[in-house]
Structure formats: C-alpha cells, structure tokens
Design a protein around this ligand. Structure first.
Ligand code: CP
Length: 328
C-alpha cells in the first residue's frame, strides 16, 4: 500500500459531503489511492480483502432507492474487513417521527465509525456531519451532490484514457466532457462539474432549456441545447438519467420530442469523435436518454464505472478513517 512515503500530504477531513469543498489535491489523493483497491477486487487467487477497516462499523442509511451506490458501499466496506449494518428506513423509527439526529445518536451509541447516507433533502449529510462524530459520507442528497459517483466517474475516465493513450501518468487536463440530459435535477451533474473542472477538464452541458437552469453557466462550463454541437469534440459523452420522479411538472413537451433531440443513440453519436466513450451513472431509462444499442455497445464503459466504484469507495473510507499520508 503506497501510503507512507515522504514527502506527502496527510488526509485530514472527517467527512465527504461534496466536491465543491474539495481541492484538486484532495480529489487526486482519492483517485491515486483507488488503484491499489482495484487490484484487491481483481485478485484472481487469494482473498479479495484487506484489513484496513477491521473492527470498524460502516452503516448504510439510504432514505431513497439505490442499487449501485448501496451495494458498492457495502461491498467496499466488506473488502476493507469492516462490519456492516444496513438500516431499513421503511421499518425504522423514522416512520414514527424520530429525527435524523436522534436516530444517528442511537446508532453512534452502538459505536459506528462511518455512516453512508442518501437522502432526498439537499444538505442532510452536511447537518449530520456538523453535529456527529462518525465519518459521514454523502451518497446523494436531493439534487445537490453525489460526490462518490463523480469521483468514480473521474477515475473511470482517467483509467480509460491512460490505457488508450498508453500513458500511465496523464490526468484529465484538456479532456472534453459532454453532460447530456436532465441537468436541473442531477446531483451527478453538479458533482461532476466540480470534479472535472478542478481536474482541468472542460465541460459542456446539453439538454432542453427547461432542464438547464441559467445558474449553471456561472460554473465555468459551456451550455447548449444542440446535442450534435455538444458532442462533436467530446472525449466523453455522459448521458444523465431523466429523473421523472423529481419533476414537479412536465418539463419537456413529450418523450418522443426528447428522444428526437437529446437521446444518445447510434445516429446522434455519429457526431462524436471516434475515440469518444459513453458513460451513464445508472439506472438507465433504456431507449429514453440512451439507446439500448449504445448502452450495450463497444463505446460504453458503464460497467467499468460500477467496478471502479467499489475501489473508489474503499479509497474514500480508508482515507476518512485512517487519515494516511499520500505521496505527492
Ligand atoms: N448511480 C447511482 O447513484 O445509482 P443508484 O441510485 O442505483 O445508487
């Protein structure tokens, strides 16, 4: 484990709430810590575990549905040899009116070390981090941030282009990333914008103007409602899920209209450079924001994102609890 060399930078944060707060160096520390854990997960012989969180308790506390993030955190904790506890919110005392703080005080009375929380309200992870001693990891708070998703996305881009360009040292400087679709409701988009711009990539946002609030243009990104313009020079075409559950009212005229103008499919992808890869955070609305052919096609790295997610989350939990020094 490459964590004790000097000179180095010590990890000092207790929590991971969002990428708006993190420096480029902190983001790179996470990305640089992940490969050793990817190697653990890929072991063909021997145990896919390391003892870095042995005896620690990781609590998964998801107030919204999740497949990837919840299972990825649970697996990451197990591969670090931690004990894991999954809170079932639908049968917990939250249904009787217990507050988030009171619930967490009770969990902490049982000596939790890390609490991974997904919640529909922006800021839920932040208010817990301010008052509680456990390391709090934001697994998605409303439409605000989804930091671990953006970190696994950045790691996936970096790994892909390091391999494709046969240069194990390159970062994301100069990369062009097109984020397509429901920007307005997307915590994935917000966290990706913070991560990618801090790492030196340029970002273009594309979607119907009703799903593309003007405030985003102040985040140092380009904005367009023309899909072909957005992807013509993109190294990464990143389709976002249309979040039908977060829309208060219909924000585009019809599904058919959205598909015609914004779907990433075999036809629209002809506008992208041949080397461009396709990403999606999941879950996919097949044939809505992404055609099934592209979702399963040769340019997609969607399941690499999932594989890398475990390694990146192992890296984050190791950094938060063990606060190692990482070589510069
Ligand atoms: N990408 C993502 O957050 O997926 P889940 O909602 O399944 O966790």
């Amino acid at each position: 484990m490459a964590e004790t060399g000097a000179p180095g930078t010590a990890w000092v944060r207790k929590d991971l709430i969002g990428l708006e707060d993190l420096s480029r160096r902190e983001i790179e520390m996470i990305l640089d810590t992940a490969p050793q854990f990817l190697a653990v997960s890929k072991r063909e012989s021997g145990i896919k575990k390391v003892p870095l969180l042995q005896g620690r308790l990781v609590v998964n506390w998801f107030h919204e549905p999740s497949t990837r993030t919840r299972t990825s955190f649970e697996l990451a904790a197990k591969r670090l040899s931690a004990d894991t506890l999954t809170m079932n919110v639908s049968v917990s005392s939250a249904t009787k009116g217990e507050t988030l703080h009171d619930t967490l005080y009770n969990i902490e009375a049982m000596h939790s070390d890390i609490v991974v929380i997904r919640h529909g309200c922006a800021g839920a992870a932040q208010i817990l981090a301010e008052r509680h001693s456990s390391c709090i990891i934001n697994a998605g708070d409303g439409a605000h941030e989804h930091p671990t998703q953006a970190l696994l996305d950045a790691f996936t881009m970096r790994e892909h282009f390091r391999a494709a360009r046969q240069d194990p040292a390159i970062g994301l400087d100069g990369l062009r990333v097109a984020l397509i679709g429901d920007i307005a409701h997307s915590r994935v988009a917000r966290s990706n914008i913070w991560a990618l711009t801090k790492l030196g990539a340029s970002v273009v946002l594309c979607g119907p103007s009703t799903l593309l609030p003007a405030a985003f243009s102040q985040m140092g990104v380009d904005v367009t409602s023309n899909l072909r313009e957005a992807i013509c020079d993109a190294d990464v075409v990143y389709a976002l899920r249309i979040q039908l559950e977060r829309q208060q009212k219909c924000l585009f005229p019809s599904i058919r209209e959205y598909i015609r103008l914004f779907r990433v499919d075999e036809d629209s992808l002809k506008a992208a450079p041949p080397h461009a890869i396709v990403m999606h955070p999941g879950p996919i609305n097949r044939d809505l924001e992404l055609s099934a052919g592209v979702a399963d096609g040769p340019r997609n790295v969607i399941l690499d994102q999932v594989t890398n997610g475990v390694a990146v989350r192992m890296a984050i939990m190791h950094l938060l609890v063990n606060q190692p020094t990482i070589e510069n």
